[in-house]
Design a protein around this ligand. Structure first.
Ligand code: ZN
Ligand code: ZN
Length: 68
């Protein structure tokens, strides 16, 4: 899979991760990674408290949308 953001810029970069919200491929330069204690809203996982922090990888667009 290629990085979707890079593809839009005309570059051909192999994706290193996938946005867990929209599923687009992302290279390390475009992925936004955040560790969260638990999910709010329950998507894509059921709402529940988690013992461990979950790493989540988001594309820049989804990261911006979720922070509002
Ligand atoms: Zn990229
Ligand atoms: Zn996304």
């Amino acid at each position: 899979m290629k990085c979707y953001v890079c593809a839009q810029e005309g570059k051909d970069t192999e994706a290193a991760g996938i946005c867990i919200v929209c599923g687009m491929g992302l290279c390390t330069g475009h992925m936004v990674r955040e560790d969260v204690d638990l999910w709010e809203g329950g998507y894509p996982f059921p709402a529940q408290k988690l013992e461990k922090k979950l790493p989540r990888i988001l594309c820049p667009e989804c990261a911006a949308a979720l922070k509002e």
